[in-house]
Ligand binder design. Structure first.
Ligand SMILES: [Zn+2]
Length: 419
């Protein structure tokens, strides 16, 4: 349950009252972020505030534009949700072959999308050039200067350690050993926040998707690589190293293929999109991309179905360890493999059930992620908003591809096969 701090009952001084009021205000915001839209009575119960106290806070938040009151058929049905009516943010998802960017302008309720292919060889300078093109294109579309943007968040498909350095085990070798925050900030001449893409997607799913209301949530992104994010009490858990939750390097086949990290049989080396496509090198009619492989599995192609079921089994082996240690109430699977649907999820669930004690596995629900439109970008947006103490109970329909049509090129559905 959400941590409930009881309101103090002693007679406070004026300063004390101010602090208490600010604390209660933040608790209301946190509860709304945690539970999503709810009625005032539900909110009072969750936060432990009197009706009168809650009424005052709700109206104060509504007046400052942080909250919207939606009338229902009766007064009891009035729903409250967090909104934002100011702030401009750019979020960028730096993938292996493309950069997908989104500019969200809350003051105008407008959102712009643009994607650029990364051209040139494997060097981070090419990624920077694509980032520059996306940022220029987005600010041009919105008719604003970069200085007018409150925050820029970049999500990177690589683990980033506590010192901000990309781990050498990453499948993006052009950033390994470098500090992307420093490099991108200096390139754009603007301070940016850098986050691992799975962590960002995890925080978005926690806020608006499959992890809503969970205090111990694990999100696994299964695409070209395999990454995971752990969200404990609404915060990404990073451990002492900064890269906790790096599920891709749990060994699932001790005598399996070599991994970038130097071990053998890591989940990444066995069941990532990159690893699976490499297995097709020896057979004819290989799929040209992960997207195509998933399409074939959806069309019941036996080879594609087999490798995807095996990938589900291997992910289940790794997840069994995570679930046994952490005991999450919810696990969500996202990324390209999740598109396969039930057969992939069944394989994961069966292996987890086989390899964990029942008392643990029954307490964990394993589902697919719910955010279809760029969960990493949406998580980046939430991180950007948090820097201004903002949050949203639901994703407004004008953000992203559900709203204004993206005017740029969309990235291809799956990363192309690396040859
Ligand atoms: Zn490894």
């Amino acid at each position: 349950m959400y941590e409930e701090v009881q309101a103090a009952t002693s007679t406070p001084t004026a300063i004390g009252r101010g602090i208490l009021h600010a604390t209660n205000l933040e608790r209301v915001v946190q509860a709304l972020a945690f539970y999503g839209p709810c009625t005032q009575a539900e909110l009072s119960r969750a936060v432990g505030l009197s009706r009168a106290g809650m009424h005052m806070i709700v109206h104060e938040l509504a007046e400052t534009g942080r909250l919207e009151i939606l009338p229902g058929p009766t007064k009891r049905d009035t729903t409250i949700k967090l909104v934002a009516n100011s702030g401009r943010y750019i979020v960028l998802d730096l993938g292996h072959r493309s950069v997908h960017g989104r500019l969200v302008d809350f003051s105008r309720k407008a959102s712009y999308d643009l994607a650029e292919t990364i051209t040139g060889g494997q060097h981070h300078a090419h990624d920077l050039a694509a980032i520059g093109r996306v940022v220029n294109g987005l600010t041009k579309q919105a008719g604003i200067e970069l200085e007018a943007v409150d925050n820029v968040v970049v999500t990177l498909h690589a683990p980033i350690d506590a010192g901000g350095i990309v781990s050498p085990s990453s499948i993006t070798p052009d950033w390994a050993g470098l500090n992307p925050r420093e490099i991108i900030s200096s390139y754009l001449d603007k301070d940016v926040i850098v986050e691992n893409d799975a962590n960002a997607a995890a925080i978005a799913e926690w806020a608006w998707g499959a992890g809503r209301g969970s205090n111990c949530f694990v999100y696994v992104k299964t695409s070209q690589g395999v990454g995971a994010g752990i969200v404990l009490n609404g915060q990404v858990f990073r451990g002492a190293t900064g890269i906790a939750g790096e599920i891709g390097h749990i060994v699932v086949e001790p005598h399996g293929p070599l991994c970038n990290c130097g071990n053998r049989g890591c989940l990444s080396a066995v069941a990532s999109g990159q690893a699976i496509l490499a297995q097709f090198d020896l057979i004819h009619d290989a799929p040209s991309s992960l997207h195509e492989l998933v399409d074939r599995a959806l069309a019941n192609n036996p080879v594609a179905s087999r490798v995807i079921a095996e990938a589900g089994h291997h992910l289940g082996v790794a997840l069994a360890h995570v679930i046994a240690i952490l005991g999450p109430d919810r696990v969500a699977i996202g990324g390209e493999f999740a598109r396969v649907g039930k057969p992939h999820l069944d394989a994961i669930q069966a292996t987890v059930a086989e390899r964990t004690v029942q008392a643990v596995s029954v307490a964990t629900t394993i589902t697919h992620g719910l955010i279809e439109d760029s969960p990493s970008l949406m998580g980046g947006l939430l991180l950007a908003m948090r820097t201004k103490n903002q949050a949203l109970s639901v994703i407004p329909d004008w953000i992203g591809q559900g709203g204004k049509k993206p005017s740029g090129r969309k990235p291809k559905g799956g990363a192309n096969r690396k040859k």
